[in-house]
Design a protein around this ligand. Structure first.
Ligand SMILES: Cc1ncc(COP(=O)(O)O)c(C=O)c1O
Length: 493
C-alpha cells in the first residue's frame, strides 16, 4: 500500500518534518481514514527513497502526538480515537482547518482497523500503448493460442455437461484432470506422483496463497532467492513471513549460504531462475534437498517456464529427485498456453494434501469445472503435447534471433539465462548507462525492454543486481519485430 507524500529537497523544512506534516495533514483532512493501516516504514523507504530512520522518526513523533498508534507485530494505524476537535477538514491552499467532520465520518472512526497489509506486482506494462515493439517478459505468443481446438472442446464439454455446470465439484479439482497432469509430469519433469497429490489452482499465484495459508504466521522464516520473483515475495510477506534473501550467482541459488537455523519454507525457481535465468546444477539441487532434510524446511519449487528447454537435456525437477517428501511443486499453464486461463497445479507431499485441499476450499470451493474439463481433454487428446512442440520451436527461433541481433548490433555482449524459458538477460557493457536509463531511452524510442524492478523482480534493496541488468522477453515478439526492435534500440542508445 502506498500513500501520497511529496517531498521537496529545496524546502527549508527537514525531510522528517515534511513527512510528519504531510501525514498529519492527511489525517486531519480525512484523507487517511481513521483506523487505517499505515504503510510500513520499509515500504515508505522504498517509495520515497529517504532513509528508513527518517521515516521511523517521523512515525515516532506522530505516535507520540497521538495521530498514529502502533500494534506490536501487526502494524501502525491511524488513531481511531482522535478528539473530535482535532478532526477538522483542512483547506489545501490556506492550510487552515475549515469545518468539522460530518456524522458519517464520525461513525467511521468507531470501525475496527483494517488488518490486511499487502502490495501487488504490476501485471501490465503501463506504457505498453506507447510501444511499437515490446519485449515484455513471460508472455506466450498470442498467435499461438490454440483457439479453434479450445472452442471445439468448450462446445463439446458444454453439450455433454449434464449437471456438471450446476454442481459443486471436488475443491482439489476434477480427478480426470489431476490424473492427466500426473501422467504428463512423469515423463516431462520426472515427477512420480498420484493424482490425489495434485490440487488444481488459479495459477501459481493461488498455489502460493494456499501454501502460505498453511504455513505462515507473523514472523515465520522463509528463504528466498535474491533477486527473486516479486509476485512470490509479495504473497509471502502479506501473510507475515520474515523473508531471508539468499544470493543468486551464475549457477542460481548459492546453496552454501542457506541458513542453518530452522526455516519453514524455501521458495526457489531451479529450472530457470527468475529473474536471472540460471539453471540450478545437479550438485546444488542435491545440496538443497539435504539442507531441507537437515532444517525441516519444505522447498517450494516454482517451475513456471520449464516447458521450454532450448539447450542441454531436460533436467528432472527437484520434486522428481526428492525421495522424502520435502518439495511442494508448483506448475502453471500461464506460460505454456495462456496467463488468462488462470490455471495451474500444486503437487504436494502426501501429508499436506488434506490440509491444502481444505485451504483451497476455504478460498474458492474449487476451480471452474468447464475450464478444468476442457484442459483435461486438451491434455489427454494429445493436443497439449502438439501445441508444446510447436511453440518450443517458435520460441527457440525467436531466442536465437534475439541473441544474433544483440551480437550484430552491440559489442561486448554478455548474456545469460539462455538455456530455457521465455526471456534472457543482457548484462550491460560499461559503455552503456545504468539499466533504468537504458530502459527509459528505449521506451522513448517505442521499444519495451526492462530493468529488474520493472520486470517483477525483487532484490530486497541489495546492490549489484539491478543496476546493469536488462531483461528481454522474446516469446511474444516475432522475429521481424526482434530485428526491427534491436536495430532501433541501437540507434536510440
Ligand atoms: C517465476 C514466476 N512464477 C509464477 C508466475 C505466475 O504464474 P501464474 O500466472 O500461474 O500465477 C510468474 C509469472 O510471470 C513467474 O514469473
Amino acid at each position: 500500500m502506498q500513500i501520497s507524500i511529496k517531498l521537496d529537497s529545496n524546502c527549508d523544512q527537514s525531510l522528517q518534518n515534511q513527512i510528519f506534516e504531510s501525514i498529519r495533514e492527511q489525517i486531519l483532512s480525512g484523507q487517511l481514514k481513521s483506523g487505517m493501516l499505515m504503510p510500513s516504514t520499509r515500504i515508505l523507504n522504498e517509495q520515497l527513497g529517504v532513509s528508513r530512520n527518517t521515516i521511523i522518526l517521523a512515525y515516532d513523533r506522530l505516535i507520540a502526538e497521538g495521530y498514529l498508534y502502533s500494534q506490536k507485530t501487526v502494524g501502525t494505524f491511524v488513531n481511531p480515537n482522535l478528539p473530535e476537535d482535532s478532526l477538522m477538514l483542512v483547506d489545501k491552499k490556506s492550510r487552515k482547518t475549515v469545518k468539522r467532520l460530518k456524522d458519517n465520518e464520525k461513525a467511521r472512526l468507531k470501525r475496527y482497523p483494517v488488518a490486511f497489509q499487502g502490495r501487488n506486482q504490476a501485471l501490465f506494462n503501463p506504457h505498453r500503448d506507447k510501444l511499437n515493439i515490446d519485449f515484455w517478459v513471460g508472455r506466450p505468443d498470442p498467435q499461438s493460442f490454440p483457439i479453434s481446438t479450445w472452442r471445439q472442446l468448450t462446445l463439446k464439454k458444454l453439450s455433454h455437461s449434464g449437471p456438471s455446470m450446476t454442481e459443486y465439484h471436488d475443491p482439489a479439482g476434477i480427478y480426470e484432470l489431476r490424473k492427466a497432469i500426473a501422467d504428463h509430469l512423469r515423463p516431462a519433469r520426472g515427477i512420480s506422483c498420484n493424482p490425489e497429490q495434485i490440487i488444481i489452482v488459479n495459477g501459481i499465484q493461488e498455489a502460493l496463497n494456499v501454501v502460505s495459508r498453511i504455513f505462515i504466521k507473523q514472523g515465520t522464516p522463509v528463504v528466498m532467492e535474491c533477486p527473486c520473483y516479486q509476485g512470490a515475495a509479495y504473497v509471502l510477506e502479506s501473510y507475515g513471513a520474515e523473508l531471508h534473501p539468499v544470493p543468486v550467482d551464475d549457477d542460481g541459488l548459492d546453496v552454501n549460504q542457506l541458513p542453518d537455523k530452522k526455516t519453514a519454507l524455501a521458495y526457489v525457481t531451479p529450472s530457470h531462475q527468475y529473474p536471472l535465468g540460471a539453471t540450478l546444477p545437479l550438485e546444488r539441487r542435491i545440496r538443497l534437498l539435504e539442507w531441507a532434510r537437515s532444517t525441516g524446511a519444505y522447498i517450494i519449487e516454482d517451475d513456471y517456464d520449464s516447458d521450454f528447454r532450448h539447450q542441454g537435456s531436460p533436467l528432472t525437477a527437484v520434486a522428481g529427485q526428492d525421495k522424502h517428501g520435502y518439495v511442494i511443486y508448483m506448475g502453471t499453464f500461464s506460460k505454456s498456453i495462456g496467463a488468462a486461463l488462470r490455471m495451474g497445479y500444486l503437487v504436494l507431499p502426501e501429508e499436506l494434501v488434506d490440509t491444502a485441499r481444505t485451504a483451497k476450499a476455504l478460498m474458492d470451493n474449487g476451480h471452474a469445472w468447464l475450464d478444468q474439463s476442457v484442459m483435461m481433454e486438451f491434455i489427454t487428446s494429445g493436443a497439449y503435447l502438439k501445441h508444446l512442440r510447436c511453440i518450443r520451436r517458435t520460441y527457440l527461433n525467436r531466442r536465437n534471433c534475439l541473441i544474433q541481433e544483440l551480437k550484430n548490433n552491440f559489442s561486448d555482449v554478455k548474456l545469460s539465462g539462455l538455456e530455457g524459458g521465455m526471456h534472457l538477460v543482457w548484462h550491460l557493457p560499461e559503455s552503456l548507462p545504468e539499466a533504468t536509463k537504458v530502459q527509459q531511452i528505449a521506451q522513448d524510442a517505442g521499444i519495451g525492454i526492462y530493468s529488474l524492478p520493472a520486470a517483477a523482480a525483487y532484490d530486497f534493496g541489495k546492490k549489484g543486481y539491478k543496476e546493469r541488468t536488462i531483461l528481454f522477453g522474446y516469446s511474444s515478439t516475432t522475429e521481424e519485430q526482434i530485428r526491427d526492435g534491436i536495430s532501433r534500440l541501437k540507434l536510440a542508445l
